[in-house]
Design a protein around this ligand. Structure first.
Ligand SMILES: NC(=O)c1ccc[n+]([C@@H]2O[C@H](COP(=O)([O-])OP(=O)(O)OC[C@H]3O[C@@H](n4cnc5c(N)ncnc54)[C@H](O)[C@@H]3O)[C@@H](O)[C@H]2O)c1
Length: 459
């Protein structure tokens, strides 16, 4: 897999310059050279499912969508129109579609977190290859079952760890593997969720409650734990974690605040106000995410009504949320290497991760944009790699990584070659298991260690 990964990075010339005068390099993924068309069924035509499906609009010779399953009438009918799908191929849910004979090469499963496992199992058993949104499932047992079933039925599984396909992250991996920073000793990785993004998704929105979706380390940060594992050359052996829901709870509600932002006397003093997050954006003509999640009708009156009555207008201190708004994870790897991860809600930056990799010969720094910096201890020289993506198909999400993920998975299916999938079945299960162990550590206050059979137990 590593070989194919590096093959797909084309770099311009490399020059070394003095500290403070960074060099340029562009990292881009190749366009899809596969000729064969593959077909898919889309299960869950919401944000992610309809996003991935745009690939078929731009590259109809490479991807054909034959059916859609979604209980949401508005989502399935929009999807049906966009992709010109016959009425007979529109299903009211994954179960209804799964009763049919296999009709495509792969199933793209983008249902809510709690609907991943049963849907995935049904399509795996039918012999579909699986493109499955993260997290794979909401319990370790279910994740294990999915992976075992894929092996038993000989189907490919790609869990949408899109960040593995993000050019700066690929560059970090390439540089580590090149040996340029010597032995990696520790990695520091920060996930800044963004103050309004957190309020939108993890306080008022779909990922606010563990029972209804999953804990935030799994829902938000399984990507990051997976990335750290992909960068680190050895296996994670021990893990510990701390974290809490620190802020978004009733005791922090300001005096005199109302239960709805549209009717709150201290609204103007609150950065998390729904009026600011949604209404003010829409008044400036911006109905895109996160406003589009509140209403798909571009009308200020409709939006106001949704904020007065629906979940997204609630006071952030009066929601049924319980997921952590801050969490740290410490990881120990074979050979005494370590990593520390922080997920934090309270940031200006929205999901622009920051990473430092400390090696015995040098240091890599990534600050959330397109540059990866390398500092070499011996020459004391610095080099900056500018890592951009040539993503097309309207799939620019995650800095183009969404596009590259779909492109690679389609290649894998077309050529029957799983090496295009950058996070294989075993690695994905491994990193999900670390996430479950970290959450257990947070809850129990104990350190967890990996056993030889890949399970995690109290240390
Ligand atoms: N890879 C990433 O970076 C990333 C980013 C955001 C979300 N996600 C994950 O993607 C998944 C989907 O998220 P989303 O933002 O698209 O949510 P969404 O709510 O926009 O879409 C989910 C869709 O699934 C449909 N659905 C519900 N039950 C179904 C069933 N029984 N059969 C078929 N469809 C069903 C819903 O009606 C909805 O249209 C979630 O698991 C989420 O955690 C991943």
């Amino acid at each position: 897999m590593g070989t194919k990964q590096s093959k797909e990075i084309s770099s311009s010339s490399e020059r070394q310059e003095q500290v403070g005068d960074p060099d340029k390099e562009t990292v881009m993924e190749e366009q899809n050279t596969t000729e064969k068309q593959v077909s898919c069924v889309v299960v869950g035509a919401g944000q992610r499912g309809s996003g991935y499906a745009t690939y078929a609009k731009s590259f109809p010779d490479l991807l054909k969508i034959v059916a859609v399953a979604d209980p949401s009438e508005s989502n399935s009918s929009r999807f049906k129109k966009t992709h010109n799908i016959d009425d007979s191929m529109v299903f009211s849910g994954w179960k209804e579609l799964a009763t049919m004979d296999k009709m495509a090469d792969f199933a793209c499963i983008c249902t809510p977190d709690r609907v991943h496992k049963d849907a995935a199992m049904a399509f795996i058993k039918k012999g579909y290859h699986i493109l499955l949104e993260k997290p794979m499932a909401t319990s370790e047992e279910d994740c294990t079952e999915i992976c075992e079933a894929c092996k038993e039925h000989n189907v490919m599984l790609c869990v949408c760890h899109v960040l593995r396909y993000y050019p700066p992250n690929l560059k970090i991996k390439e540089l580590i593997e090149s040996g340029i920073i010597g032995d990696v000793v520790t990695i520091q990785h920060l996930e800044p969720v963004g103050f309004f993004h957190f309020a939108h998704s993890y306080v008022r929105g779909n990922w606010r409650n563990t029972e209804q979706s999953s804990f935030s380390l799994l829902a938000k940060s399984c990507h990051d734990i997976d990335l750290i594992c992909s960068w680190m050359p050895t296996q994670c052996k021990r893990v510990s974690s701390f974290g809490s829901l620190n802020h978004f709870k009733p005791e922090n509600k300001p005096k005199d605040a109302g239960n709805r932002c549209t009717d709150c006397s201290v609204e103007s003093t609150c950065p998390y106000s729904a009026v600011k997050i949604y209404l003010d954006r829409a008044k400036r003509g911006n109905f895109r995410w996160p406003v589009s999640i509140v209403t798909d009708v571009e009308d200020l009156e409709v939006l106001k009504e949704k904020l007065q009555t629906g979940p997204y207008g609630r006071c952030v201190y009066e929601c049924d949320n319980d997921v952590c708004d801050n969490q740290v994870v410490n990881m120990e790897f074979e050979g005494g290497k370590t990593a520390s991860f922080t997920m934090i809600a309270f940031t200006e930056s929205v999901c622009a991760r920051q990473t430092k990799v400390f090696g015995t010969l040098g240091e890599l720094t990534y600050n959330g944009d397109i540059e990866v910096d390398h500092f070499d201890f011996l020459s004391k020289q610095r080099k900056t790699y500018y890592c951009t993506s040539n993503a097309t198909a309207g799939l620019g999400g995650h800095g183009g990584a969404d596009f590259h993920l779909v492109q690679n998975f389609i290649k894998a299916v077309a050529e029957n070659d799983p090496s295009y999938i950058k996070s294989g079945i075993d690695e994905t299960l491994e990193s999900h298991r670390i996430v479950f162990a970290a959450e257990q550590s947070r809850l129990s206050g104990k350190t967890y260690q990996r056993t030889d059979d890949g399970k995690w137990v109290v240390s």
